[in-house]
Design a binder for this molecule. Structure first.
Ligand SMILES: *Cc1c(COP(=O)(O)O)cnc(C)c1O
Length: 396
């Protein structure tokens, strides 16, 4: 600013100092901006929001967000990834970008609950119908596929009841029918199995869970292996304005490097605790896809060696729900709350009669999310809570 002698207010904003380039560090810089500055009008007019070769506006991507998108795509075995403000927003983006009035989508009956709620409320209002299928019954799935079916949701294992479906068979039938296949890959996290190898077109991941790992960020990602499909999603993403905050991206980038280690640790602890529960007399069933006897264990085994640190137990139907609730209330290390894959172990009770069309059990279900505490302490916590509820010495 040779000709202008700026006032301090101006000088503090339009300061001439530029730090030297060449600062090289392993950490990804945090770029924060709504406005992206163009060098001239020609560049502004030539902007291309679709291309990651440049930048147009903070909402459409920053260097920090692009780096996380690339790493999530790598984690999932995809080619392109789009960040959104939550896992649920990732589900919504897929539905809203790919469906129109008159279309139908299929949702498994054990899907993450809000997925179905979105279909029941918003999608229904937009003239998009949904059908619910039993993911453990291929005949039920085939019967649900109709002439208007455009999108099929898969989830493995199912939410809360943890049934592991035959993903390859479901995806193959959906594709043969001409429907797109979207898989909620939050549980597998890109570690347990490859969503694209089993036949998904789109993988949705609640980064809130394993990629964050800290219980302190809400974020989601929609990953694809097809440029045209990615651009459909990216266009709707831009038009709906679902940006993510740079500090949240930074937090996920920081946690991402430890994801495989955390996944393995929570898997080992989860299986140890699940096996302990199998020996408790007050329990009718332990639902953990890596344990023989759990629904869909054979499908898990055909596809995976690893599992998330997440499982459920169903109390024997002779245990009154109040006694099982007393157990949950007596837990000390396990906190009562939703979400999972953070450092703190969590428990949530569910009444299956309110959630599933044909519940296989009458007893109360409790879902455990295993944190990073020492597993012996978690076992001791469950044992003391069973004693406090009078459930430690059989059912007599
Ligand atoms: C948590 C979760 C979501 C939603 O993620 P949010 O970031 O909490 O919106 C979606 N699907 C599954 C399987 C989840 O566990």
């Amino acid at each position: 600013m040779d000709e202008i002698k700026p006032d301090t207010a101006t000088a503090l904003i339009h300061h001439p100092y530029q730090p030297p380039g060449g600062f090289v560090a392993p950490q990804v810089p945090v770029h924060k901006a709504s406005t992206v500055i163009f060098p001239n009008v020609a560049a502004l007019r030539a902007r291309d929001w679709k291309s990651k070769a440049g930048y147009t506006y903070g909402l459409h991507g920053t260097p920090t967000a692009y780096v996380l998108e690339e790493r999530i795509a790598t984690l999932e075995g995809g080619l392109q990834s789009q960040l959104v403000p939550s896992g649920l927003a990732a589900i919504a983006l897929v539905d809203l970008a790919l469906l129109k009035s008159g279309d139908e989508l299929l949702i498994p009956e054990n899907a993450y609950g809000p997925n179905r709620e979105l279909a029941r409320q918003e999608l229904a209002r937009f003239g998009i119908a949904h059908r619910v299928y039993d993911p453990m019954d291929l005949a039920s799935f085939e019967a649900a596929l109709g002439p208007a079916t455009r999108l099929v949701w898969l989830e493995a294992p199912g939410s809360v009841t943890m049934e592991f479906p035959d993903l390859r068979a479901l995806a193959a039938r959906a594709r043969a029918h001409g429907a797109l296949v979207a898989l909620d890959n939050t549980w597998g996290a890109g570690i347990a199995f490859d969503a694209f190898a089993v036949g998904a077109d789109i993988s949705v991941h609640a980064l809130t869970k394993y990629p964050s790992g800290g219980g302190d960020v809400l974020m989601g990602a929609v990953t694809t292996r097809d440029d045209a499909l990615h651009l459909r999603l990216k266009g709707s993403h831009m038009r709906m304005g679902w940006g993510v905050g740079a500090n949240d991206v930074e937090t996920v980038l920081r946690s991402l490097a430890t994801l495989p280690l955390r996944y393995a640790a929570q898997d080992a602890a989860g299986r140890a605790l699940a096996r302990w529960w199998q020996a408790q007399a007050c329990i009718a069933q332990v639902l953990h896809p890596a344990l023989p006897g759990s629904p869909g264990h054979e499908h898990w085994k055909a596809l995976c060696t690893r599992a998330a640190g997440l499982f459920s137990v169903v109390f024997d139907e002779r245990v009154p729900h109040e006694r099982a609730i007393a157990f949950v209330d007596a837990l000390r290390l396990f906190k009562l709350g939703y979400s999972w894959a953070g450092p703190v172990s969590l428990a949530v009770p569910y009444d299956l009669s309110l959630m599933r069309p044909r519940p296989a059990w009458k007893g109360l279900l409790v879902r455990f999310s295993i944190g990073l505490e020492a597993v012996d302490d978690l076992i001791a916590d469950c044992a003391q809570a069973l004693r406090a509820a009078g459930l430690d010495s059989g059912l007599a």
